[in-house]
Design a protein around this ligand. Structure first.
Ligand SMILES: [Fe+2]
Length: 289
């Protein structure tokens, strides 16, 4: 496999790597290491994988999970547009936008960070792309943390913030009387450290975003906002970013604790169809190795 770093802080292209092949344990380990090192990697020039091959690939490297709200076995809610489970392989979540469903993921965030054990990694592949546009950006929140002053790092050291799915998904429960309360009981807001030490690598990252972070533990909303707002803006810094122009069948794998991402919504009314596999949550209290 050939690895080409894209920028100083984040991103690498991976070439000459046929995902149709069965991965050996060393290669799977290498892929996990590359994701932790580069924070997002792009597997390019892939031939078309069937959904089963795609899930098989993910399962050889990580432990895939169902989206907490979209389980085939226990459909807690019918499905959250634009997220739809793949029929028969519900660890694969289809993310489809088009004429009737304009792209709406254009805010910096990480995936499933409102769980007690946030999803460690996301895998995304491109199935249908607009003629132009539909890029995705990622930002290294570890680079953002590293660039903070020592004073700022010290101030953040013991702060925790609440992460709550309600902010993102409230609209999906309209008309589903009782469901929102039921889901809130199943997935109550979680307090995570703002300056989060990654359990698997010696890196710290800013782990708050405007989409799902609501308030700092022990502070008023106003005090919280004064601290959180400048942190939310860090992902917008070009030096921390990589912007990826997709080709059909490309696969991106990223670490949700080290990065945030942003899906550019500039292609309406054209269609853009992606498939995501979320990787099981990680115990944030585990010691770094
Ligand atoms: Fe996302």
């Amino acid at each position: 496999m050939k690895i080409e770093k894209i920028s100083k802080n984040i991103g690498a292209y991976i070439y000459d790597f046929d995902l149709k092949e069965q991965l050996n344990p060393e290669t799977a380990q290498r892929l996990r290491e590359l994701v932790l090192e580069h924070e997002v990697i792009f597997l390019k020039n892939q031939s078309s994988l069937s959904p089963k091959q795609y899930l098989n690939l993910a399962s050889q490297v990580y432990t895939p999970m169902h989206h907490p709200f979209i389980s085939e076995k226990d459909p807690l809610v019918p499905g959250i547009s634009p997220f739809q489970p793949h029929e028969g392989l519900s660890e694969i979540t289809g993310i489809r936008h088009g004429r009737k469903n304009k792209g709406n993921l254009n805010e910096w965030h990480s995936d499933l960070n409102w769980l007690e054990q946030p999803s460690q990694t996301s895998i995304l592949r491109a199935l249908t792309l607009p003629k132009v546009g539909g890029d995705t950006l990622w930002a290294s929140m570890s680079a953002a943390y590293d660039d903070l002053s020592e004073e700022s790092k010290a101030n953040l050291e013991n702060l925790r913030a609440f992460h709550d799915f309600t902010q993102i998904y409230r609209g999906c429960f309209e008309g589903e009387k009782g469901s929102l309360e039921r889901m809130q009981a199943l997935f109550p807001r979680q307090a995570h450290k703002i300056a989060l030490r990654h359990p698997l690598i010696d890196k710290k990252a800013i782990f708050v975003n405007r989409v799902s972070t609501t308030q700092i533990v022990g502070m008023s909303p106003e005090e919280s906002r004064d601290i959180l707002e400048p942190l939310f803006l860090l992902a917008k810094t070009p030096e921390y970013q990589v912007r990826y122009k997709w080709e059909v069948n490309d696969i991106a794998i990223w670490d949700n604790l080290l990065t945030q991402h942003y899906a550019v919504s500039d292609y309406w009314p054209e269609a853009r169809e992606m498939e995501r596999i979320s990787i099981a949550g990680i115990d944030l209290n585990k010691a770094a190795v």
